[in-house]
Design a protein around this ligand. Structure first.
Ligand SMILES: Cc1ncc(COP(=O)(O)O)c(C=O)c1O
Length: 360
């Protein structure tokens, strides 16, 4: 088998090797069942045990209160962009959106199809390179929505915005379970799994019971949260492999020491990279200092042709996925939970050598 290389992809992204090794065994036989994990009925005893363990670990790690449901849905985080307003917004009501990047903009676009949207704040004036300090919320709004980590622009909220309404919703796709989260502050937390939690194809939704019940019963059945809540995400065939793998990742996070330990590990990785960038004469971090993401470190040289050259050099050195998102260019190092610290050291070494080559 070829050697594994450092994968800085923004998602789907690197997974812990021990998780992949266990999954490899389970492809042929889940435990001693003689049936592979992909082949088990979702209603059979073996898979139901997997499901229950994944949910229990998710609850334990996140400290999820009993009045919240944990759902494993399909359609990606992007389907939540419309499912949320379909369930919670009407033409007469308003939802507040904090717009800090391309994903928030897409969420707004969907919400506008169902009701009024108030842009509570935006950082578009500076190409989404910072997190606004303040937001203006609408009294009596149906909910407020924000994106905790902006995967494309490399910015991250340090915590939830100061919100006094009853339903704060977060798209946590690119920083879910990378640090502790106070679930009780939210009406809903959602995330596509493919960055911090597992493979593409499963979306984690943590939602408070009263919000589950708010959606009109006239919506298509699959688009009502209550359908999935009532049926333990098994109204139809759930994404079984994704749920299984997410369970393995949760076990791995627990072994690292849980979310607080994960946060320390993630900060160590990101801060050494930012430290290097701050001292560099060639590379420069693009996000404002107080808004820097611990998950996606975006940086540039200032010259697109030099960026391109660096990306080629990095690929030759076995570092993959450093090209910035097509809408912003430059470089992006995605260093989610499972990204190893020595991969960050390797990137710094390659940058240092590149810099020396230019300035010698
Ligand atoms: C913050 C954020 N939200 C939403 C999405 C869209 O997720 P999906 O591809 O699962 O629909 C992404 C994907 O990268 C993301 O980074």
């Amino acid at each position: 088998m070829p050697q594994r290389i450092y994968n800085f992809s923004a998602g789907p992204a690197v997974l812990p090797v021990e998780v992949l090794e266990e999954a490899r065994e389970a492809l042929l036989s889940l435990g001693d069942t003689g049936i592979g994990v992909l082949e088990h009925s979702h209603r059979g005893k073996a898979f139901v045990a997997v499901y229950e363990e994944t949910e229990a670990l998710c609850r334990e790690l996140g400290g999820i209160p009993a009045n919240y449901k944990v759902l494993f849905l399909q359609g990606g985080a992007s389907s939540q962009f419309f499912m949320i307003p379909m369930n919670l917004l009407t033409p007469e009501t308003t939802a507040d959106y904090l717009v800090t990047g391309a994903w928030s903009q897409l969420a707004v676009k969907e919400a506008q199809k169902f009701g009024k949207v108030n842009i509570a704040c935006t950082s578009e004036d500076k190409n989404f390179s910072y997190i606004p300090e303040q937001a203006t919320f609408t009294p009596g709004a149906a909910y407020a929505h924000f994106t905790s980590n902006n995967t494309i622009f490399g910015t991250q909220f340090s915590g939830p915005p100061d919100y006094s309404g009853d339903c704060l919703i977060v798209d946590a796709s690119s920083d879910i379970y990378s640090r502790p989260i106070d679930v009780a502050k939210y009406g809903m937390i959602y995330a596509g799994a493919q960055k911090n939690l597992g493979p593409a194809g499963v979306t984690l939704v943590i939602v408070r019971d009263d919000i589950v019940e708010r959606g009109p019963a006239t919506l298509p059945t699959m688009l009502q949260y209550r359908t999935h809540a009532k049926n333990q995400s098994m109204y139809n065939t759930p994404p079984t492999f994704g749920i299984y793998l997410m369970g393995l990742v949760f076990k791995w996070i627990k072994k690292q020491g849980g979310l607080a330990a994960m946060e320390t590990i993630n900060q160590d990785k990101a801060l050494k990279l930012y430290r290097y960038l701050d001292g560099s004469r060639v590379f420069k971090a693009t996000a404002a200092n107080d808004s820097r993401s611990m998950m996606n470190v975006t940086f540039i040289t200032g010259k697109p042709e030099l960026d391109e050259k660096f990306i080629k050099v990095s690929q030759k050195a076995g570092l993959d996925g450093l090209k910035g998102h097509r809408s912003v260019g430059g470089m992006r190092a995605s260093i989610y939970n499972a990204f190893p610290s020595d991969g960050v050291d390797a990137l710094i070494e390659v940058m240092r050598a590149f810099e020396l080559g230019l300035t010698d």
